[in-house]
Write a protein that binds this ligand. Structure first.
Ligand code: RP5
Length: 160
């Protein structure tokens, strides 16, 4: 078992059906990750401890998903130098537009790499994390290029 280099955090267990798509991509690409529920609002102390400890534990990318008043990615980015890739999780009332706007409108100087709302965004968060890590990992870079080639080859020309 490799030590995790990506941490997938989310505001609630209810985010996992979405966030698991990020995990699926990391599995496909052979990137070691961990998962945790960390809420900016319900468990603020857990968030502080998580970001303080993440670099020392070898975490190199954080994927953070949250819905509604989605402050988790921005708060994580504010408290660490590790890149944060964010997933706006779809919400019951506003279908994730609230999550998207909460996450994407960061003030100048604190960056969050915000993905699309929902499952496509979660999957792409896994893709983005792998691409960041591949910059300094030649084997992962090779696996990523092969993965993208398989994706390209799987798109048929015919409409039916
Ligand atoms: C956010 O509130 C979570 O990220 C989740 O998307 C949303 C709803 O959480 P639950 O009420 O389902 O726990 O903090």
């Amino acid at each position: 078992m490799q030590d995790p280099v990506v941490s997938i955090i989310m505001g609630s267990r209810s985010d996992w059906p979405t966030m698991r798509l990020a995990a699926d991509i990391l599995d496909e690409l052979g990137v070691a990750y961990e998962t945790q529920v960390v809420s900016a609002h319900r468990t603020p102390q857990r968030l502080c401890e998580f970001v303080e400890q993440a670099p020392g534990r070898g975490i190199r990318v954080i994927i953070a998903g949250a819905g509604g008043a989605a402050h988790l990615p921005g708060m994580a980015a504010a408290m660490t130098h590790i890149p944060v890739v964010a997933v706006p999780v779809s919400s019951r009332q506003l279908k994730g537009l609230d999550s998207l706007l909460s996450i994407v409108q960061m003030p100048k100087g604190v960056a969050v790499a915000t993905q699309a709302i929902g499952e496509a965004g979660a999957a792409n968060a896994g893709v983005m994390a792998a691409q960041i890590l591949a910059l300094s990992d030649a084997e992962l870079s090779k696996r990523f290029i092969e993965w993208r080639t398989r994706q390209t080859d799987s798109v048929p020309v015919e409409v039916e």
